[in-house]
Design a protein around this ligand. Structure first.
Ligand code: BGC
Length: 758
């Protein structure tokens, strides 16, 4: 490419060339236009899906071998920003090796309902956790000279009718829940691209949404990269370019380029808007070119498999670990015979279906890894069930029960098969297959020392599992090395430290969006508002099977000495964590913030910080976390702005959202919020302005709380406080006119502005 800056290079191009830069050459690459090189974008996110032959966005045709790291559902459970950054970096190295310039991820949509078919590709029900992990992923990836594509922007929380349906979300949940992680990643990691989603937001397609793509993304958050469409998300390219879309993918054979040129010539599309869009794709090509020119770290499949295994082990949540006899069931004791049961022990379920489907370099088989890790342990196995309905169910179960009863411990692999959840459709329920639960009941009867290992992309109803089994490990989806990682955790080579990123409800009927999912007639009402995930269960005091943030360890931790201080950056919290058990381990320390007596509707508590600390037995360490001031803000719908409310904030330091260990309070100075008064402001609002009582009192008698309540037995001042001042014209019997009020309001507004600027 020439040395021109993108803006002047764009200016030097013809309109046809500018338009050509804004749509793909084919499925995965952009067009070369003059000196602007073509670049390659591909899926993502948990591995590189580089197709060299037939191409598709559904994960049907094959792709080059690449490491399948834990998908976001698993990776998120690590709550480990550093680890996620390392995985991002490794993905960058593989992208470079496979000539990929932009990897399509991460997905940061919020898991609004456990039935969403694509939840396996997203991190959490919580925007703070999603934002911090995804920021680190993008920073890791982009440190290698490969760009990210933050997706799917925005409010794409269901697969049902995803190309048409409108997510109807009120401003506060939209800002505080659904856009918050996007904002954090854009502001902190500057992803090269943002991918707009298929769906509509409050009636307008994301690809045509000027408010979303330009006013919010660029003007408010300062995004200066390329907005790319999800594959096939553009209905009308001209409207999309006007809204702020730069790149339509895949290509449309040049048809939409011609429409764009025609629109500019007809004066219905501003030429400057097209020129700016082209400049942004030129800047992206320049970044890609610079990335390619850097020395690429070699892609070592063995090293990446080892990283995938280490990462996966950090993603396994120990949900339950009761004692059978004197000792907890886990970790397994080498030498005690094992019965390994379940189809997933030999044919592991380790990634999701659809566009993110990776062709792994190799796959660890859990049964083999268990045998490899403990060669002196006698290990038997049985399938127990099939996921495709073939085989004699009773005979399979009987065989498994026999094997389990004859061993010292049973490890039962349960979960969902690939065909039961995927991109492109939602689940209708959150149940494990009935035959798996029946198998488990029979196995536990024959072998009380039973461990369940779960593989699944979306949340499952686990109450029946938790009732039956004394020990449960949740692997979600762990990527190609999950089998080895599970063996590491089962035998205690790795002490589990992962935490749930989603609540496990007692039943689907308890979930926040139960009545509004997946919507009807092309609309999804986000009726639960801010109350997504734990925010819902906490506010309604609903019992859950496992709370958000839950996860056990083979050791134990104590929290002491919480100290808080508030400053310009936010709230700094310091707490001492001690490993009180007998094994080294990592504790995920969670910081929830509550605002008692808030003037706005708020969740009971919200996660605003987390940190991991690894401690030897008996070791103590001080953990310091800053809860950033912007994260304390709520979206004020009157000011259309983030506002930090002043007053007392409570910080709860916790091992899960329902296991608060220590808490303390701190005073925070609020943002000044001066809303202009109007004649429709209430008397109470107007009288709160300095000098208002005197000015109005000179025209008409103002109510005096004590005096009037003596006379009438009611608090007149309180009653009158809710009357819009405009009504005084009729209530005051001619003592005051609308013109008088207009003048008074203007005077009060001027005085308030002057005093707030002083
Ligand atoms: C998915 C995207 C993906 C794209 C390309 C779409 O169907 O929604 O996440 O990146 O296809 O495969």
């Amino acid at each position: 490419m020439t040395t021109h800056d993108p803006a002047s290079l764009s200016r030097s191009l013809s309109r046809a060339e500018q338009a050509a830069l804004g749509s793909g050459a084919d499925f995965w690459s952009t067009k070369q236009v003059g000196s602007v090189p073509s670049l390659v974008l591909t899926d993502g996110p948990h591995g590189v899906r580089r197709q060299v032959g037939a191409s598709d966005h559904l994960g049907i045709a094959g792709s080059e071998p690449a490491t399948c790291f834990p998908p976001a559902v698993g990776l998120g459970q690590s709550w480990d920003t550093e680890l996620v950054g390392k995985v991002g970096r490794a993905l960058g190295v593989e992208s470079r090796a496979l000539d990929v310039d932009v990897l399509l991820g991460p997905g940061v949509n919020i898991k609004r309902d456990p039935r969403c078919g694509r939840n396996f590709e997203y991190f959490s029900e919580d925007p703070h956790l999603t934002g911090t992990l995804a920021t680190s992923w993008v920073q890791g990836l982009q440190s290698t000279g490969v760009g990210a594509s933050l997706k799917h922007f925005a409010a794409n929380n269901t697969e049902h009718d995803r190309m048409r349906s409108s997510s109807d979300v009120a401003p506060r949940p939209l800002r505080e829940i659904y856009l918050r992680a996007f904002q954090a990643v854009v502001e902190k990691a500057q992803p090269w691209t943002v991918m707009c989603s298929y769906n509509r937001i409050n009636g307008t397609y994301a690809s045509e949404n000027h408010w979303l793509l330009t006013e919010v993304l660029r003007d408010e958050w300062g995004f200066d990269g390329v907005v790319v469409s999800d594959w096939g998300a553009v209905q009308d390219r001209v409207k999309a370019v006007a809204a702020g879309l730069d790149l339509e993918m895949p290509g449309s054979g040049g048809g939409s380029d011609a429409h764009v040129v025609e629109a500019v010539e007809a004066g219905t599309l501003d030429a400057a808007v097209l020129e700016r869009a082209a400049a942004r794709t030129i800047a992206l090509a320049a970044k890609a070119e610079a990335g390619r020119a850097r020395d690429a770290a070699p892609f070592d499949p063995e090293a990446h498999h080892a990283l995938a295994r280490a990462a996966a082990a950090q993603c396994v949540v120990l949900l339950k670990n009761d004692a059978v006899g004197a000792e907890p069931v886990l970790p397994l004791t080498a030498g005690r015979s094992l019965a390994v049961i379940g189809e997933f022990a030999q044919a592991p379920r380790y990634q999701g279906g659809g566009s993110s489907h990776v062709n792994p370099t190799r796959v660890d088989i859990p049964l083999d890894e268990i045998r490899a890790l403990s060669p002196d342990t006698e290990v038997t196995s049985a399938a127990g069930f099939t996921t495709d309905g073939t085989g004699d169910a009773a005979a399979l179960r009987d065989e498994a029960v026999r094997v389990a009863g004859a061993a010292g411990t049973a490890v039962v692999f349960l979960g969902l098969a690939a065909h039961q959840e995927s991109e492109g459709f939602d689940r209708e329920h959150i149940e494990l297959p009935a035959e798996q639960l029946e198998l488990l009941a029979d196995v536990v009867r024959a072998q009380p020392r039973t461990v369940v290992v779960l593989s699944h992309g979306g949340v499952l109803r686990l109450a029946p599992v938790a009732e039956l089994a004394p020990a449960v490990l949740d692997g979600a989806l762990l990527g190609q090395a999950g089998g080895g990682a599970l063996a590491d955790v089962l035998f205690g080579r790795v002490n589990p430290s992962a935490r749930l990123t989603e609540t496990v409800p007692v039943r689907i009927q308890d979930t926040p969006a139960y009545l509004d999912f997946p919507g009807e007639h092309g609309h999804v009402a986000y009726g639960e508002g801010l109350f997504v995930g734990y925010r819902w269960y906490d506010a309604r005091d609903i019992a859950v099977t496992y709370p958000f943030g839950h996860g056990l360890s083979y050791t134990s931790f104590a929290y002491t000495g919480l100290e808080l201080s508030a400053g310009a950056d936010g709230i700094t919290a310091q707490v001492t964590v001690t490993n009180t058990g007998e094994r080294a381990g990592r504790e995920v320390v969670q910081f929830y913030v509550a605002k008692p007596g808030s003037g706005v509707v708020r969740p009971v508590q919200e996660l605003k910080g987390h940190a991991g600390v690894t401690l030897a037995p008996g070791e103590s360490r001080q953990v310091t976390v800053t809860l950033d001031r912007p994260d304390l803000a709520y979206w004020d719908t009157r000011a259309d702005h983030w506002i930090v409310e002043g007053g007392t904030y409570e910080v709860r330091v916790a091992a899960s959202s329902r296991d608060i260990r220590v808490s303390a309070s701190v005073e925070v100075t609020g943002d000044e919020l001066v809303l202009p008064l109007t004649v429709d402001s209430t008397l109470g609002e107007v009288l709160a302005a300095p000098g208002a009582a005197e000015i109005l009192g000179a025209l008409m008698p103002m109510p005096q709380a004590e005096a009037d309540s003596d006379v009438l037995g009611i608090d007149m001042a309180k009653m009158m406080a809710s009357i819009p001042v405009r009504r005084l014209v009729s209530f005051a019997g001619g003592a005051v006119t609308l013109a008088d009020l207009d003048k008074i309001i203007a005077q009060l507004n001027t005085a308030r502005t002057a005093s707030s600027q002083a």
